[in-house]
Write a protein that binds this ligand. Sequence first.
Ligand code: ZN
Length: 318
Amino acid sequence: MKVLAVDLGGSHVACALVEDDSIVKSESFQLPPAARMSDVLALVEQPLLALREMASHSGAECSGLAFSFCGLVNPLAGRIVSTNGKYDDGRELDLGKWALERLSLRLLLENDARTALLGEYYAGAARGFDDVVMMTLGTGVGGAAMINGRLLHGKHFQAGCLGGHLGVNYRGRVCTCGNVGCLESEASTWALPAICTATPGFEESVLRHAPKLDFQTVFAASAEGDECAIRVGDTCVEAWAAGCVTMIHAYDPEVVVVGGGTMRAAEQILPALGAHISRCAWTPWGKVKVRAAKLGSAASLLGAVPLFRMNSQMDARK
Ligand SMILES: [Zn+2]
């Protein structure tokens, strides 16, 4: 099966021609900071030329366009539901109509953590498992759950995909979503400057002079023995582990896949994360496997074919 894929994230838009579990062609566009808050149509149109070329390359065999979006979506209607202050005009956009008019293709819309889970399920770290939880650690924190081979959606399409907004500290920082002490506000890249400056030893830390505070910087400083960076890293791993344990208690997976840009430091994150989960998760049947994602930023794009396969199976059941 050949499918076109688009992945619209917080700071980039990527597109690809995907054939089964391989990316035939891909192109990525960095979004200018000013474009990130509004005008989704302009962002969606950015990869249009590349998509048209990929569509003509795939000929009549292209089954459609799988669109991954970094917010809550209604996959049945092909509409963006909520963006938490990002891409505010997205709700006005009829993406299905856009894809038909601009590319003559049927569009399937899905949340980007769900398509990342599908990619890892089909071609990555969750291959061979039907009960999977995915957590993506990046600018924010994404989540998704699959039970018995089916993605979890729920009545309002929120089920499983608010992993970043699970409360891990009820006296914690106020989150962008309105809640207090969410996983995102306690341990994500957007919250990192506030986390670092509030951590003892920051004034004496190399982090104070870092041109950019991201987890790569934190874990690099931590490997050099910087005490503040070690504290920040340990605290964030504990918060991610608490989020994973909650996801495990809620969705009963066999495997937890942890992905996202922050996992470039997987060697420093995964052992402590796995140990914490193993210690704290109540799973009398055995141990949940905790794995690093295998597909990196291609996971959502590689979720395109299983998304279409599952959809056609649902159509066949109607
Ligand atoms: Zn939140």
